[in-house]
Ligand binder design. Structure first.
Ligand SMILES: [Zn+2]
Length: 350
């Protein structure tokens, strides 16, 4: 029996999907409640849209050219230029970064902090134009990228533990733990504040996330050395598919060792999303949003952004968002197949 279980463990993929869009949805939803009354009415009115569409950037990820690098930045790639302290020294502004490293390099290793700032300008414009559709779409997208910027494993080339024999850690940290334990988190993060320098603020998020990376990897390693395989993993059924995931015991101990880290990062993401929405609105001259409440538009809004799910190209990087998976990926199995075939050697795939 034990041998069969061991073989199952060896040859079953870790759940790479099917846990839902939990983390991003929660972040966008809760960020609404950080807003001042002048924004709150409008954002609350559209809270379902903002929640459901928080996952659009991940849906586009493999379908839209140039989308993938917007979700991460492999900070450690740059350590060779900066005596191992790249996270503090990479140029914060796009033009300076291009000058120093070239645009090709930046695109190759991820652009999340610069992309967030680019989206900020687009959202300011949407507010100025009082374009409801754009305000909501950009707010939802911006929430997604800010969420990603706060995930430690979105700041490293070892994004799924593939370089340290910890494959699967990405989903463990940002999906498994979030889904198991975030109901008990304290999500009261206070009111959104105006960011004097949003570009530096999002870099602060990236820096904090990157500094947390050490313990993300270290504690998983420690526990993996202690847990036999049949205790580390468990099988669970999701959407009628039996798949391997981290056991409850392993997840619990890992979560405990992380000592509130997932909660801190989620809280930071929620607050930062609120801060960005609020700052864009202020920078646009605080347009009257109550005048934009429009029932007719709300009726139609569900139809937009209903993007098709493309099968994964082999060059794709399986880099999920916080709590995020590609919708329906289990149904067509392309994502799992990709994991099985490509992850161990995927470092060469960039
Ligand atoms: Zn993402």
């Amino acid at each position: 029996m034990k041998i069969i279980f061991f073989l199952l463990i060896l040859f079953s993929p870790l759940y790479a999907c099917a846990w839902g869009f939990f983390g991003h949805q929660r972040i966008n939803r809760l960020a609404v409640f950080t807003l001042p009354p002048e924004m709150l009415r409008f954002y609350k009115y559209h809270i379902s849209y903002l929640t459901e569409n928080s996952v659009n950037p991940d849906k586009r990820r493999y379908a839209v050219k140039g989308e993938a690098p917007r979700h991460y930045i492999d900070v450690d790639i740059y350590n060779k230029f900066y005596n191992d302290s790249a996270v503090f020294k990479i140029p914060r502004y796009w033009n300076q970064a291009v000058e120093k490293h070239t645009e090709d390099t930046l695109q190759a290793y991820g652009i999340v902090p610069w992309h967030v700032n680019k989206m900020r300008y687009q959202l300011i414009e949407a507010f100025k134009q009082k374009n409801i559709q754009r305000i909501l779409r950009l707010s939802a997208d911006l929430g997604h990228y800010i969420g990603d910027a706060n995930v430690p494993l979105h700041t490293t080339e070892n994004y799924n533990g593939q370089l340290t024999n910890q494959i699967g850690i990405h989903g463990l940290w940002e999906s498994r733990l979030v889904e198991l334990f975030s109901d008990d988190y304290d999500f009261f993060v206070g009111q959104a504040v105006f960011l004097k320098n949003p570009q530096l603020s999002i870099w602060e998020s990236v820096t904090n996330a990157h500094l947390a990376l050490d313990s993300v990897l270290k504690f998983e390693k420690e526990l993996s050395n202690r847990f036999p395989l049949d205790k580390k993993y468990a099988f669970e059924e999701r959407n009628s598919i039996l798949g391997r995931t981290y056991s409850l015991d392993f997840s619990k101990e890992y979560h405990q060792k992380l000592n509130g880290q997932v909660e801190r990062q989620m809280r930071a993401a929620i607050k930062m999303v609120g801060n960005f929405w609020f700052t864009c609105w202020v920078e646009a001259g605080q347009p009257d949003l109550d005048g934009l409440l429009n029932d007719n538009w709300k009726e139609n809004e569900k139809k937009e952004e209903d993007l098709p799910i493309e099968p994964l190209p082999t060059q794709a990087r399986p880099h999920e968002g916080m709590g995020m998976k590609i919708k329906n990926c289990c149904e067509n199995n392309s994502y799992l197949a990709y994991y099985r075939k490509n992850l161990p050697k995927d470092k060469n795939k960039k």
